[in-house]
Ligand binder design. Structure first.
Ligand code: GKR
Ligand code: MG
Length: 431
């Protein structure tokens, strides 16, 4: 059977997704977070879907990318990289892009470009899979596991967004001390069956976060635990936390900022260090690995440049004896499907992946992906195995259209200033 896999149309739909008031070292999540849904259509009418960050700077790059994609074939995945280079050269603002919030690691033009590319790569794979009647994991070489394990991603959290701020209510309650964190973890296990826990730290003084992890260890003895302050601590503080929690931590994630500081911490502790902040591009691998600064890299197919690059990263990690786990930012079901497909193909993935998905009560899919026993079953339907709910997509896009612009770029510090007008992004290290 011959089908025409030429891309004839590309649709970009920015959306605003409801997000609870989750705290991190920079501030608090805004009530709505921008994401971008990418759809491409082939001459034969097959549609592929992808998802990535939706802030303005990503959209500005995605638009010319989408234009130039028309006329290409969905199987030309390698060609996406040269296309991304061409587009980035034209988009002068992108060259100087820096991250203003969101803790996605230091944002370089390179990462921005790859984050945009990743949504198109996933959409191409989805379309290709649908055209061939094959799931994406088969296009990636085939799954080596039937389910992918995720961790409960615990956050310090207010009960609700500040009064007067338009937001969707949530039923998670507040979590501002060890008892609240344990209560949140219990809800995660009851609702989704997670058995591994990660606490987003860098919010309260380290002693309070140590107490929260201790409380988790007591409530869930023997379960893998992680703490991630997003580089908010000095080397001394990081070493102290590692000493105090060494017996219960699976790994400590980005305790200090940057490869040099991580290498110093690593030299002084036996607790494995993980990162999604100091190794975020292939160029950063050599220094970090040769200095033994990190023992686990959290891949993220968005900023690593897609599903195939994620596999390449895993292969490099395997070569150096470095572990692999998976990072997540606020995302919808399209990204969770993509994460699950690629995670199912990585042989050396021995840690539960992170996902913010349980925090997102809404989605753009006809059927949400579900967690059973803390795992997602790897979809076997053609492509990603997900379907867009056009009404939901339109509703979330309407929210984006109606926004006055204040929510279209994630800014956790600005969201914090609503509750605390004097709030400034804390210095690094904070403690
Ligand atoms: O959503 O607040 C958050 C997280 O802190 C996120 O921005 C980070 O990118 O989840 C991430 C991490 O593991 O560092
Ligand atoms: Mg992290």
């Amino acid at each position: 059977m011959h089908s025409d896999l030429t891309i004839t149309d590309v649709r970009l739909t920015p959306v605003l997704v409801a997000d609870p008031p989750l705290l991190n070292t920079q501030g608090v999540h805004q009530p709505y977070t921008p994401r971008l849904i990418v759809e491409l259509v082939t001459a034969d009418g097959v549609t592929g879907v992808g998802e990535t960050y939706g802030d303005t700077k990503y959209l500005e790059l995605a638009r010319p990318f989408a234009e130039r994609l028309k006329g290409r074939r969905v199987g030309d995945l390698n060609g996406l990289f040269s296309l991304a280079d061409e587009v980035a050269v034209d988009a002068s603002r992108v060259r100087d892009a820096v991250d203003v919030g969101g803790l996605r690691g230091v944002q370089s033009a390179d990462k921005l470009r790859l984050s945009v590319l990743s949504a198109f790569e996933v959409a191409c794979l989805d379309a290709l899979g649908k055209a061939l009647g094959l799931p994406v994991h088969v296009l990636l070489g085939g799954r080596v596991r039937d389910t992918v394990e995720y961790s409960a991603y615990l956050f310090y959290k207010w009960a609700g967004h500040p009064e007067g701020v338009a937001a969707e209510p949530d039923d998670w309650g507040a979590a501002l001390d060890p008892a609240g964190v344990v209560e949140q973890a219990r809800k995660f296990t009851e609702r989704y069956g997670f058995t591994s826990f990660k606490l987003k730290g860098g919010v309260f003084p380290p002693d309070e976060e140590i107490a929260a992890v201790r409380a988790l260890a007591q409530a869930f003895p023997g379960h893998p635990l992680r703490l991630d302050p997003n580089g908010a601590w000095s080397v001394e503080t990081s070493v102290k936390v590692a000493e105090e929690l060494g017996d219960v931590l699976e790994y400590l994630e980005d305790p200090a900022l940057g490869t040099a500081a991580m290498a110093e911490v690593a030299a002084r502790t036996r607790v494995p260090l993980a990162t999604n902040m100091c190794v975020t591009t292939f160029a950063e691998i050599k220094e970090a690995f040769t200095r033994d600064a990190v023992q686990v890299v959290l891949s993220d197919h968005h900023y690593w440049g897609g599903l195939r690059n994620t596999q390449h990263l895993a292969a490099v990690c395997r070569t150096f004896g470095v572990g692999v786990s998976m990072h997540s930012n606020t995302h919808l079901g399209v990204s969770l499907a993509a994460m699950t497909h690629v995670a199912s193909t990585v042989p050396n993935l021995h840690h539960a992946c992170d996902s913010h998905y349980p925090w997102q009560a809404e989605d753009v899919l006809t059927e949400r992906l579900t967690f059973q026993g803390g795992t997602v079953a790897v979809p076997d339907a053609p492509g990603l195995g997900v379907h867009l709910d056009r009404d939901r997509l339109a509703a979330l896009h309407r929210r984006w259209l109606d926004d006055d612009g204040s929510l279209r770029d994630r800014d956790d510090a600005a969201a914090m200033r609503v509750a605390d007008p004097g709030w400034q992004t804390p210095p690094t290290p904070r403690w």
